[in-house]
Design a protein around this ligand. Structure first.
Ligand code: UD1
Ligand code: CA
Length: 457
C-alpha cells in the first residue's frame, strides 16, 4: 500500500504533492519503484485529493491498483480503503508513504526480514534524527515501542525525543482491519491517525517491532517545497556519485543537474551548470561545457558541446561540435564530425557528416547532405505564414553568407550559392546561383556631392 491521498497543504500547490518532481520524476514513482523491489502480490495506491491527476500520471504502471479515499480523514482512514482490495488475504502488508521517496530497496527488504523473524503484528521503521520537528515521535517504555505521538499532540518532553516515525510499516494482515476500526480521531487535527495503532497493539500485548535506521536521509518525508529541494539535492548527489564512480568527470557536482534516467559514458567531462534531462544519453569522451541544457537527446562519443547551448530531442553523431550559444530543437540530427557554431538554430533538420554551419543561422525543415558549408547568416525561409516547406541542400554544396533559401527549394550536389542571395528556385548540381541586386559604382559621386554642399553655404 502506498498512501498518496492527502492534499499536501504545506506545499501550497495545485499539483498533488506526490506528483511534484524530484530530479525529473514524480516523487510517487520513486516509492513505486522501491515497492516493486520486493515483488509484492499487489501494489495499491490510495488516492483522493486530485485522484484523477495521480491516476493519469501512473496509467502506464503495470498492475497498479487504486483505492479511493474520499474525504481524506487521516492515515488510518486511508489504510482502511485498502480493505476491499485485500479482503480475505493473509500475510504481510507493507505500507509506504507517497511522500517518503528515498527509502531504498535494501531497507524495505530488511523491514520484511525483521518483521517476519519477529512474528510481529506490526513493525515500524524509525530513525534517530537531529531535527525531529514535524515527525511523529517514538515513545518507548522499557525499550518497547509503546506509542507514537504526533508533533502537534506531543508534550514538550515528547518533542525532545529524537527517534522519529518514518511512516513506513509492515503489518500482519490478520489483526489489522479490526484494530483499525478501534482508532478514534481525538487529536489536534481531528484525523484518524494510523500511528494510534501502535498503542492499541501495545495494550492488546500484540508484538510491535521497530527497525531503527542508521541512515537519516532514507526516511526524509516531503511536506514543503523546502524539503522537496533538500531531497532533490540528495537524489542529484547520489546520481552524480554513481556517474563519477563509472568514470565520468563532473567538475562541480554541486551545480550539475542530471536526471535519473540519463546515461553518460566514461571519460566524458561535464562542466559546471550543466543540466541533463529526460531520456538523454551522452556517449564517452565528450566534453559538455558550462551552462548547457540537454533534454531527451542522444549525443554520441567524442562530441564537444560548447557553453550555453539548449539541445532538445536531437541526435548528435560522433565527433561533432556544437555551440557556443546554439539551439537544437526537436527532430534534429547532427552528422558525424559536423560543426555547429555560435547563434545557430536547427529545427527538424539533418546536417550531414562533416557539414558546417558555423555562424548565425536558422536551418528549419531542411535536409542537408555531407560536407556542406552553410555560410554565416544563412536562413531557410521555411514558413509562408500558413505552411512549413522543405529545403534540401545536397552533398558538397556551398551556401554563401547571408543567403536566404526560400522553401520549398533544392540546392544540387556541389552547387554554389553566391553570398547575399535570395534563392527561390532550385539550383542544379554543379552550378553557381547568384540572386541579388547587381552592384553599381557611381564614380566621383562623393566629391560631386561635397561640391554641391559647399556652393549652397
Ligand atoms: C505522518 C505520520 C508521522 C510520521 C510522518 C513521516 C501519521 C498520523 N503521522 O505524518 O508519524 O512521522 O508521516 O513522514 O500517520 N494521506 C492519505 N490520506 C489522508 C492523510 C494522509 O493518503 O487522509 C497520505 C499523504 O498523502 C501522505 C501520507 O499519507 O503521502 C502521510 O500524510 P501526511 O499528512 O504527510 O502525514 P505527516 O504529517 O507527514
Ligand atoms: Ca508527510
Amino acid at each position: 500500500m502506498i498512501l498518496a491521498a492527502g492534499q499536501g497543504t504545506r506545499m501550497k500547490s495545485r499539483l498533488p504533492k506526490v506528483l511534484h518532481r524530484i530530479a525529473g520524476r514524480p516523487m510517487v514513482e520513486y516509492v513505486l519503484r522501491t515497492a516493486r523491489s520486493v515483488n509484492p502480490d499487489t501494489v495499491t495506491l490510495v488516492v483522493g485529493h486530485q485522484a484523477d491527476m495521480v491516476r493519469n500520471q501512473l496509467a502506464a504502471q503495470p498492475g497498479l491498483k487504486f483505492a479511493v479515499q474520499e474525504p481524506q480523514l487521516g492515515t488510518a482512514h486511508a489504510l482502511q480503503q485498502a480493505e476491499p482490495v485485500l479482503a480475505g488475504k493473509t500475510g504481510t502488508l507493507v505500507m509506504l508513504s507517497g511522500d517518503v521517496p528515498l527509502l531504498s530497496a535494501s531497507t524495505l527488504g530488511r523491514l520484511l526480514t525483521t518483521h517476519t523473524a519477529a512474528h510481529a503484528a506490526a513493525t515500524v521503521v524509525t530513525a534517530m534524527v537531529e531535527r525531529p520537528y514535524g515527525y511523529g515521535r517514538i515513545v518507548r517504555s522499557a525499550s518497547q515501542l509503546a506509542r507514537i505521538v504526533e508533533e502537534r499532540d506531543a508534550s514538550p518532553a515528547e518533542r525532545a525525543i529524537k527517534e522519529i516515525n518514518s511512516g513506513i510499516y509492515a503489518f500482519d494482515l490478520a489483526p489489522l482491519w479490526d484494530a483499525l476500526r478501534g482508532i478514534a480521531s481525538k487529536n489536534a487535527q481531528g484525523e484518524f491517525y494510523l500511528t494510534d495503532l501502535v498503542a492499541i497493539y501495545h495494550r492488546k500485548k500484540l508484538p510491535v517491532e521497530t527497525l531503527v535506521l542508521e541512515s537519516v536521509y532514507e526516511t526524509r518525508g516531503i511536506n514543503s517545497r523546502s524539503e522537496l529541494a533538500e531531497v532533490s539535492k540528495i537524489v542529484r548527489q547520489t546520481k552524480n556519485e554513481e556517474l563519477m564512480a563509472a568514470g565520468v568527470t563532473i567538475i562541480d557536482p554541486a551545480t550539475t543537474y542530471i536526471e535519473q534516467d540519463v546515461l553518460v559514458g566514461a571519460d566524458t567531462v561535464i562542466h559546471p551548470g550543466v543540466i541533463l534531462e529526460g531520456q538523454t544519453r551522452i556517449g564517452s569522451a565528450c566534453e559538455i561545457h558550462a551552462n548547457v541544457r540537454i533534454v531527451d537527446s542522444e549525443v554520441a562519443d567524442r562530441v564537444t558541446v560548447n557553453n550555453f547551448c539548449l539541445i532538445v530531442g536531437t541526435r548528435v553523431a560522433d565527433g561533432a561540435s556544437v555551440g557556443p550559444f546554439a539551439h537544437l530543437r526537436p527532430d534534429t540530427v547532427v552528422g558525424e564530425g559536423a560543426r555547429i557554431g555560435n547563434f545557430v538554430e536547427l529545427k527538424k533538420t539533418t546536417l550531414g557528416p562533416g557539414s558546417k554551419a558555423n555562424h548565425l543561422s536558422y536551418l528549419g525543415d531542411a535536409t542537408i547532405g555531407a560536407h556542406v558549408n552553410v555560410g554565416a547568416g544563412t536562413i531557410t525561409c521555411n514558413y509562408d505564414g500558413e505552411r512549413k516547406h522543405q529545403t534540401v541542400i545536397e552533398d558538397g554544396a556551398f551556401i554563401g553568407s547571408d543567403s536566404q533559401l526560400i522553401a520549398p527549394v533544392k540546392v544540387g550536389k556541389g552547387a554554389y550559392v553566391g553570398a547575399g542571395s535570395s534563392i527561390t528556385e532550385d539550383v542544379p548540381p554543379g552550378s553557381l546561383a547568384i540572386a541579388r541586386g547587381r552592384q553599381t559604382n557611381v564614380e566621383g559621386w562623393v566629391d560631386r556631392k561635397k561640391t554641391v554642399k559647399t556652393a549652397k553655404t
